[in-house]
Ligand binder design. Structure first.
Ligand code: TTP
Ligand code: MG
Length: 464
């Protein structure tokens, strides 16, 4: 919030502004997608979400450095998020709480109230669905919208973005940043650029100019390993990448290289997926070194299951089936699936099912990749209301689970995983194009060359 506590708006950048900054050079480099592609994609991301909810509910915390996560600076866990006031001291998500305590001795440390944040998340997603049914929630506090078709009712995309910001602010007391563009990539980068309470509109045709000055690490698909490899080729900014001959990138990075050049021009063909189209939620991880260590394999499955359950809960949906994917050192990939005893959004049953499925497939092999996916998802809870007693009981259980496992024990599990050089699955989701900030640093991205060798489609893999 840069010195201004929520829900106060930053002057000149609030939802009521007359004009959003338009980034790019009019008449600059040609349209990056087919001419005439309208800029109807929005990315909405709440600002310092968990911390902002706490500052809203406790006015005495506004304007103060608030650090959410675990029990305090002596806790073994990690920071979930920090208010913008705390970020000035260098505090970031996924940082050990002890480090946060050192950087920001006057920080106010608060435990994570997962139930409260999930309820807020549902309220915000319900607001978004008033503007279009084409809402793809990608994490607890962010979503893509495609507002093509909503303009007759709500005005052009920029106006819709303002209305959304105002509605979120008025109805929840939280601020959101919004990016508007022709693709998810542009909208996502736009929403991040002027946080907090930002609004960035990139008109069609100005994508490449908009991206050019930004560091190449802003592109998704560019983690630390790729960034280092690109730096060796003299690439620091997205503009540097855009002018490289695609052939050179393809030789160095395979298909991934060609994708990178496209992205550097702002091209991202992935449409906004409506909830009905969402068939599964999954996480997978490739080990740096193939392993047959049962402890590593089981912990990884636990971490993956935890990540999947977290996302299910964030979206207010439950899964009926668990699918595991096991790839061995010879690139043989099998998937196995089984129904859950009952639909769930809890980590434990997902983990138990995943372990039972994976164990026979892992025995006696060196494992290269593990994945856990939840399918047969029930419809998102659009109203965010839980009427039945049964549902209330479940929510209570889920809240306890969330607090105990994810933010208490789980942060320790996560820290243990990190100790072993394993990725933290909640924070790194290969099935999502969104690389989360502060997280790639914690996870060991496989070398791009390795990735290139991976077959695009796995023979024998069921389509989930
Ligand atoms: P983000 O949207 O990444 O972060 P944020 O909303 O706190 O801040 P920003 O203004 O930069 O968007 O994540 C949303 C919430 O998810 C965040 O408030 C806390 C939680 N979270 C974690 O628990 N661990 C993590 O590593 C990250 C990145 C987020
Ligand atoms: Mg956010």
């Amino acid at each position: 919030m840069s010195g201004t506590p929520p829900p106060t708006r930053r002057p000149g950048r609030g939802p009521g502004d007359a004009r959003a900054p338009r980034i790019g050079t009019p008449g600059g480099p040609g349209a990056s997608r087919a001419p005439g592609t309208p800029a109807t994609i929005l990315h909405v991301d709440l600002d310092a979400f968990f911390a902002a909810v706490e500052q809203r509910d406790r006015p005495e915390l506004r304007g103060k450095p608030v650090i959410v996560g675990g029990g305090g600076p002596d806790d073994r866990g990690v920071v979930s998020t920090a208010s913008y006031e705390a970020r000035k001291f260098g505090v970031r998500s996924a940082m050990p709480l002890r480090t946060a305590g050192r950087l920001c001795p006057d920080g106010i440390f608060l435990p994570v109230d997962g139930t409260k944040y999930q309820a807020e998340s549902r309220r915000v997603m319900t607001i978004l669905r008033r503007f279009t049914s084409r809402v793809e929630q990608v994490s607890i506090d962010e979503a893509f919208l495609d507002v093509a078709g909503s303009e007759a009712l709500f005005g052009p995309p920029e106006q819709i973005a303002r209305r959304i910001k105002a509605a979120i602010h008025d109805e929840t007391g939280l601020t959101a940043s919004v990016g508007v563009g022709t693709s998810k990539l542009i909208a996502k980068i736009g929403s991040d650029l002027r946080k907090p309470d930002g609004l960035v509109v990139v008109p069609p045709g100005e994508e490449a100019a908009f991206l050019a000055p930004l560091p190449v690490s802003r592109l998704w698909g560019v983690g630390p390993a790729t960034a280092t490899a690109l730096a060796e080729l003299g690439v620091a900014t997205i503009g540097d990448l855009a002018v490289l001959p695609p052939d050179a990138l393809t030789r160095r990075f395979g298909k991934h290289g060609a994708d990178l050049v496209e992205r550097a021009h702002g091209i991202d063909r992935d449409p906004v997926h409506e909830p009905d189209a969402m068939k599964s939620v999954g996480h997978e991880t490739t080990f740096d070194h193939d392993t047959s260590d049962p402890e590593v394999l089981e912990r990884t499955l636990l971490g993956l299951s935890d990540g999947v359950a977290w996302r299910l809960r964030g979206m207010g949906i439950r899964a009926g089936t668990v699918v595991v994917k096991v790839r061995d050192s010879g690139f043989r990939t099998v998937t196995r699936q089984a129904p859950l005893p009952e639909p769930t959004d809890l980590a434990e049953p997902i983990y138990q099912a995943a372990l039972a499925l994976a164990r026979p497939e892992m025995r006696g092999k060196r494992i290269r990749l593990l994945g856990v996916t939840a399918t047969h998802l029930d419809a998102p809870d659009q109203l965010g209301l839980f009427s039945a007693d049964e549902d209330r009981r479940h929510r209570a259980m889920e809240a306890a689970d969330a607090l105990k496992r994810k933010f208490g024990d789980r942060t320790i599990v996560r820290a243990r995983l990190l100790d072993k050089g394993l990725p933290a699955p909640f924070e790194r989701d290969p099935s999502s194009p969104l690389a989360r900030r502060g997280v790639d640093e914690a996870s060991d991205e496989p070398e791009p060359v390795t990735r290139e060798r991976e077959p695009d489609a796995d023979a024998g893999t069921e389509d989930v």
